[in-house]
Design a binder for this molecule. Structure first.
Ligand SMILES: Nc1ncnc2c1ncn2[C@@H]1O[C@H](COP(=O)(O)OP(=O)(O)OP(=O)(O)O)[C@@H](O)[C@H]1O
Ligand SMILES: [Mg+2]
Length: 205
């Protein structure tokens, strides 16, 4: 049985949730079963770890702790949701996966790609997405979409961080054939059309 595991990556407000919903309906219309999931989260234990990561009182969390918590959640997410769904023949679509840790913990937070890959290996073994769609967009445009035109400026530190994230994704996509870069600055339907093109090209259903 062919296992199809598609992940979406991209900065905040790049359109991941919007495009994932469209792709889910695209597969369902074809009569194909879909499991939709997200990181960090997907099952009770994962959601509990997510709460620790998102808790505003945990501002002092160290970078390594953060990496280990994301990885712990990912391990449980694979075991509880992703692997069983692939085993029963569902197409699995995940909103973020380990590329997010390479980019955010490895590059933006500075732990390095090598360390993140080592920890990821412990967390999920050889589980790999079949295809990863990276939604590439200027972070300022994504921020405007999310927060409205009247609230359209990042503080400088915030913007620098998001530019670093974007550059890290672009560099990672250059190294990994599995990652396809999608121009996410266009209209919703145009972005989705590029995604369908990649799906039809890369995924044999
Ligand atoms: N191509 C597009 N053009 C204009 N607006 C868009 C486009 N795609 C998404 N949006 C809008 O931008 C906002 C962010 O989109 P969405 O929530 O899908 O992004 P996301 O990557 O899931 O964000 P988050 O990081 O918060 O989960 C939403 O209000 C959405 O309706
Ligand atoms: Mg989202």
């Amino acid at each position: 049985m062919k296992k199809i595991f598609i992940t979406f990556e991209g900065g905040e407000g790049s359109g991941k949730s919007t495009q994932i919903e469209l792709l889910k309906n695209y597969f369902l219309k074809k009569g194909l079963p879909v499991t939709l999931t997200r990181e960090p989260g997907g099952s009770l234990i994962c959601e509990q770890i997510r709460d620790v990561l998102k808790d505003g009182n945990n501002g002092k969390m160290g970078k390594v702790t953060e990496l280990l918590l994301f990885s712990a959640a990912r391990s449980q997410h694979a075991e509880d949701i992703i692997v069983p769904a692939l085993d029963r023949g569902d197409i699995v679509i995940s909103d973020r996966f380990y590329d997010s840790s390479i980019v955010y913990q490895g590059y933006a937070r500075g732990l390095g790609e090598k360390l993140v890959r080592e920890v990821t290996k412990i967390a999920i073994g050889n589980l790999e997405p079949t295809l990863t769609l990276y939604l590439n967009i200027d972070p300022e445009l994504a921020f405007k979409r999310k927060n409205g035109p009247d609230n359209d400026r990042f503080e400088k530190a915030g913007l620098d961080f998001h530019i670093q994230v974007r550059n890290a994704y672009i560099n990672l996509a250059k190294k990994e054939k599995r990652i396809k870069v999608i121009d996410a600055s266009k209209r919703i339907e145009e972005v989705f059309a590029s995604i369908v093109k990649v799906i039809e090209d890369k995924i044999q259903i």
